[in-house]
Design a protein around this ligand. Structure first.
Ligand SMILES: [Fe+2]
Ligand SMILES: [Fe+2]
Length: 260
């Protein structure tokens, strides 16, 4: 039975280090057919660079998804237009660098990876649901499995996306908030769903940033330097079990400490 391992937002060097420690263990234990990693915070906590993307691919990711921080580093722009399986939200401006979906293969299986972004508080163009309809029409027949990374702030937008795409995709996995939600389940139509799979990085900070800076910022409103937190690193994600026809049969939440 096909298995997809999806890992939430890798935050800065502590997140990449945690991924390097834990991913080989997860691959040995679960033997996923596909590994998809959200890398929107991989470089210094915001955005991704060619070097950090290469690092994530070298660890065994089959595809990388992104989010609202996609365009933070200019050097990634040509990389997004290259031939690597890295995707940015599909419902961002059509002229922006990169693509919103990709197809990766493992033996006889083909996985379509679609990245969407929510409308609330995010730069977006068009609504993510019409965009998903168009992409599924375009690539659905060519793929055995489809995975949607819904990168959004609002739980309502994400829950609605799960129901809207239920039965049409293998999984809808939420990212961006960096805090995992306890609602992983397979919906009635056979789509695995989780509102937010959480982040990969330090739990000692506030969603990846040194806690003292956020405490001062929120209490006083004064600008602070946002350094990435270190310590108590975890890898967070979900493991999706599916049939070869693309229907999910299970989803398991993973919150794995990187320490010994
Ligand atoms: Fe993020
Ligand atoms: Fe984000």
């Amino acid at each position: 039975m096909p298995k997809i391992l999806f890992i939430g937002d890798v935050v800065a060097e502590p997140g990449r280090r945690a991924l390097a420690t834990v991913l080989p263990r997860l691959r040995d234990e679960h033997e996923p057919d596909f590994v998809v990693v959200n890398g929107e915070n991989a470089a210094g906590g915001m955005g991704i660079t060619p070097a950090t993307a290469d690092e994530i691919f070298a660890l065994g990711a089959d595809a990388i998804t992104l989010g609202n921080h996609t365009y933070r580093h200019r050097e990634i722009y040509p990389y997004l237009n290259g031939d690597k399986p890295i995707v940015r939200p599909a419902n961002q401006h059509a002229g922006n660098p990169g693509r919103g979906w990709t197809i990766v293969e493992d033996g006889t299986l083909r996985l379509g990876v679609i990245n969407l972004i929510g409308q609330f508080g995010m730069d977006h163009e068009g609504n993510p649901w019409d965009c998903a309809d168009r992409i599924i029409r375009e690539i659905g027949d060519d793929c055995d499995l489809l995975l949607v990374d819904m990168h959004a702030e609002l739980t309502s937008e994400k829950v609605m996306t799960g129901f809207y795409l239920d039965g049409r995709v293998t999984a809808v996995v939420g990212t961006h908030t960096h805090v995992p939600t306890a609602d992983a389940r397979v919906l009635e139509g056979g789509t695995a769903y989780c509102t937010d799979v959480g982040m990969t990085g330090s739990r000692a900070g506030v969603i990846g940033v040194v806690k003292e800076a956020i405490i001062t910022k929120l209490r006083t409103g004064m600008p602070q330097r946002f350094d990435s937190a270190t310590g108590d690193e975890h890898v967070m994600g979900v493991l999706v079990d599916a049939e070869r026809d693309g229907r999910a049969t299970g989803i398991t939440q993973l919150i794995v400490p990187a320490g010994e």
